[in-house]
Design a binder for this molecule. Structure first.
Ligand SMILES: NC(=O)c1ccc[n+]([C@@H]2O[C@H](COP(=O)([O-])OP(=O)(O)OC[C@H]3O[C@@H](n4cnc5c(N)ncnc54)[C@H](OP(=O)(O)O)[C@@H]3O)[C@@H](O)[C@H]2O)c1
Length: 304
């Protein structure tokens, strides 16, 4: 083991989640929360959850530092460690950003061993959760994009293992595309829910019923895909009109959505055309595929 103590800068969603996970794994964790109010709230929550870690007002000397601050503040927070004389010889600094390259942490007088370790996970504020286990869950099994100098990246991979995740490498020049993929999968899913809720409410569901019903449906749809071996075609986990080759139902959906909201109709048409591509290489015959293609080609406003 390369380390078992860590200083985490930033007691927000990611910093506190990682802090709790490492403390639960037996690491000595010091967590910097710069605002007194947040410090008090975090300390009270940790006490309630029985998690043992130190919440500090300012950084202290540390060999391993995780900067869990917003991307725009990474260089500033690194500089603040230098100003506070909190850079140990041989220090390793890691950040959790998906968009920022690892070398954003390079500041004069700072650590020379630097890496990024971005978890592909949506981390809520642990203070909104009932117990520490709920804060650990999103990190367990998460894939982390790790890149940096040799020793820092090795340490980051070790940390990922302790957090119950898996590490992959993402080249610096592919970082924006990698992060866009993450935004598509996570943030855009919420946008999709927003559009689906609008349609369900217009169909007469109470807003609460739309939320409960559609989030359960989304979860079960994702579960069906996650149950597949990771190299299996996605179509094997797909249900619904396209998977069944049911062009008549797809046409009715398109008509109903077009009457409700043109943007929703166009969104559904684009996504359905991706699904038709998924089923093109298996499962459906040429006549069924042609019927689906015809329905989508007739949606007004779609590029031909
Ligand atoms: N949340 C997620 O789902 C998630 C997932 C993967 C990666 N990440 C990454 O994790 C990092 C932090 O994101 P987050 O979601 O945890 O943000 P957040 O909830 O807004 O927390 C950021 C924390 O950093 C503190 N902070 C800001 N500037 C600081 C500075 N100069 N010095 C010390 N502390 C400072 C903030 O304190 P104040 O309250 O005092 O401003 C706040 O506690 C980002 O790089 C993000 O990309 C987040």
């Amino acid at each position: 083991m390369l380390a078992d103590s860590v200083l985490i800068i930033g007691a927000g969603r990611a910093g506190l989640s990682v802090a709790v996970a490492l403390a639960r794994a037996g690491w000595l964790v010091q967590l910097v929360a710069r605002r007194a109010e947040r410090r008090a709230e975090v300390t009270a929550w940790l006490d309630r959850c029985g998690v043992n870690l130190d919440v500090l007002a300012a950084p202290t000397l540390a060999k391993l530092v995780v900067l869990a601050v917003p991307d725009r503040s990474l260089a500033v927070a690194g500089q603040a460690l230098v100003t506070a004389d909190a850079v140990a010889p041989d220090a390793v600094w890691l950040h959790l950003s998906g968009a920022a390259p690892w070398h954003v942490l390079r500041v004069a007088g700072g650590a020379s061993e630097l890496a990024g370790m971005h978890p592909l996970a949506a981390l809520p504020d642990p203070l909104d959760l009932d117990d520490a286990n709920a804060a650990l869950r999103p990190l367990r099994g998460a894939t982390f994009a790790v890149a940096g100098t040799d020793r820092a990246a090795a340490l980051a991979r070790e940390l990922v293992g302790v957090l119950g995740g898996r590490a992959v490498r993402v080249a610096d020049d592919a970082r924006s595309l990698y992060h866009a993929a993450a935004a598509l999968a996570a943030n855009d899913l919420v946008a999709l829910l927003h559009v689906a809720e609008g349609a369900a409410i217009a169909a007469g569901l109470a807003p609460e019923d739309a939320r409960v019903g559609l989030t359960h449906l989304m979860q079960t749809a994702l579960d069906a895909v996650r149950r597949l071996p990771p190299d299996a075609p996605l179509r094997l986990g797909l249900t619904g009109a396209v998977a069944r080759g049911d062009a008549a139902t797809l046409a009715r959906h398109m008509d109903a959505l077009a009457a409700h909201d043109r943007t929703a109709a166009l969104l559904h048409a684009e996504l359905s055309s991706q699904l038709v591509d998924l089923v093109r290489d298996g499962g459906l015959g040429p006549a069924a595929l042609a019927a689906l293609d015809t329905v989508l080609a007739q949606v007004p406003g779609r590029p031909q």
